[in-house]
Design a protein around this ligand. Structure first.
Ligand code: SAM
Length: 487
């Protein structure tokens, strides 16, 4: 991803590779250093891993050189992500030369994709653990303690970690992620996720509500429900989404879909802000948009990746909707919820993409005028359908030029959208100090736009009404007038 200020944000570049540290458990003597890359799901998974290992005597550290166990939670989504991780492994290798007892483990999508190859190719790696095998970590750590290498990359039909209380690491104490589904069944032809994270399964709504209630009790004010494709959430007592047709009548009658879950969470904690990510156009239904409009505490923001504006390319990508159906969805969102901000993911240079396809992408963007965007050049991933069936035939310089054009158009639209907030009074949840000034707070409005304003007497975690007076291309600047009624 080309980084352009905060307009192109989701995979938050500043977070990539961040280490996690938690409050030390008393009696824990060993030190765990854990670095995370990729999507928010990986950061959320690292909180589960830290929780499991804290019961095994590990406290986290941010000092690589004092670690007994180094874990890297990896991403395979693009080749560049994997290259970054290989470089980090070289660095760990250098540290290990001085600390021969230090153990190194690879977690997440790259572990799942490369499996035992990791142990063979990267000689410094002691342990390889796929995204569904974290509960086996206590056994795997015992194996490596005894000098053997250890691996578990088994994908599960029902693991959702619903019974593990994640430890909120390096948290602002205000916003948190709550995972609701694991895996993905979509089989987009460019995407490695179904192979690295397995089939789609949903988490029991009761355990989701318990986690949300616990977060509220501990002072958190905003949650983001997380999944590769949240609209596909379906709880019918456990099991894979694809097996729903085998469910009993009773299971079908009591099943909970995403709109149902959203409503449950919104009602459960009416003063808590609720966001969700990621939505998939082919699965998003009107009842989700209607539920958003019904509850003030569900934020007016949808991340709705489209990947391409060309019907021909959408088909080749196995995205199960057309450009026209996407427009219909956008129109429905704007009709039911006119205040809603919308963002995109876009891939340019997918195999066979020609100039007309690219023009179609630009014209789709002109129609929607997205608030934010996350734009990527196509990166061929081993094992995907596109890699097996198509030739990566768009030259690199063409991909780069198209990407640049897409980014420039997005910058223009983001600027237009940001300016629409000028003069309005909007509710902002304060997340922390502004990066640029110690005298200012930073927070977000419902649409997920960053708002910066003088601190006055307000505190982190307060909901305040801010009059928007000015803006940069992606940030609103204003002044807090009063606490919001939510406070
Ligand atoms: N599940 C979501 C979906 O399908 O819309 C997002 C999944 S992925 C973690 C995040 C984004 O990475 C995708 O929306 C896509 O734009 C991008 N991406 C995935 N595979 C890619 C590839 N092979 N090359 C370039 N970008 C890719």
């Amino acid at each position: 991803m080309i980084k352009q200020d905060s307009i192109t944000k989701t995979i938050i570049e500043s977070q990539q590779g961040s280490t996690l540290s938690l409050e030390p458990g008393t009696g824990n003597g060993r030190k765990l250093y854990i670095e995370s890359y990729g999507c928010q799901m990986n950061f959320s998974d690292s909180e589960i891993v830290a929780s499991i290992l804290s019961k095994e005597g590990f406290n986290t550290t941010q000092e690589l050189t004092e670690a007994d166990l180094v874990l890297v939670n990896t991403c395979s989504i693009r080749d560049k992500a994997e290259q970054t991780i290989r470089k980090r492994l070289e660095k760990f290798n250098a540290v290990k030369r001085n600390r021969p007892n230090m153990k190194v483990g690879v977690l997440g999508c790259m572990a799942e994709r490369l499996k035992s190859k990791f142990l063979e190719e990267e000689k410094i790696v002691d342990m390889v653990v796929g995204p569904d095998a974290y509960k086996d970590l206590p056994n795997l750590v015992r194996e490596i303690d005894e000098g053997r290498s250890a691996m578990n990359v088994i994908l599960s039909k029902d693991e959702t970690y619903g019974d593990v209380a994640p430890v909120r690491l390096n948290s602002n104490g205000v916003t948190a992620f709550v995972s609701i589904t694991r895996g993905c069944d979509n089989m987009c032809t460019f995407c490695v996720v179904p192979f690295t994270r397995g089939r789609e399964r949903s988490r029991d709504p009761r355990s989701i509500l318990e986690e949300v209630n616990d977060l509220w009790t501990r002072g958190f004010k905003e949650i983001t429900l997380l999944g590769q494709n949240v609209d596909s959430y379906l709880w019918y007592g456990g099991g894979l989404k694809k097996d729903f047709d085998k469910a009993t009548q009773m299971q079908r009658a009591t099943a909970v879909n995403f709109a149902g879950l959203l409503e449950m969470v919104a009602l459960q904690q009416p003063r808590m802000r609720i966001r969700f990510s990621t939505s998939n156009p082919q699965d998003m239904t009107l009842d989700v948009i209607e539920t958003m409009a019904k509850f003030d505490n569900i934020c007016n923001y949808i991340h709705l990746p489209v990947q391409s504006g060309s019907n021909r390319i959408l088909k080749a990508m196995n995205r199960l909707h057309s450009r026209e159906e996407y427009f219909q969805l956008i129109d429905d969102i704007r009709r039911i919820n006119p205040e809603c901000a919308i963002s995109q993911d876009m891939i340019c240079g997918f195999p066979t993409e020609n100039e007309q396809d690219h023009r179609d992408t630009l014209s789709l963007m002109e129609y929607v005028q997205y608030d934010f965007g996350f734009m990527f050049a196509y990166s061929e991933r081993p094992g995907t359908l596109a890699e097996r069936k198509m030739v990566d035939d768009v030259p690199d310089q063409v991909k780069k030029a198209r990407l640049q054009e897409i980014i420039e158009l997005q910058l223009k639209h983001s600027h237009f959208r940001t300016r629409e907030h000028l003069g309005k009074v909007e509710e902002v949840l304060i997340e922390g100090p502004s990066k640029k000034s110690g005298d200012h707070w930073m927070g977000r409005n419902s649409q997920n736009t960053v708002v910066v304003f003088p601190k006055q007497h307000y505190q982190i975690g307060d909901f305040v009404m801010v009059k928007v007076q000015d803006c940069t291309s992606a940030t609103l600047l204003g002044e807090a007038l009063e606490y919001s009624k939510n406070n």
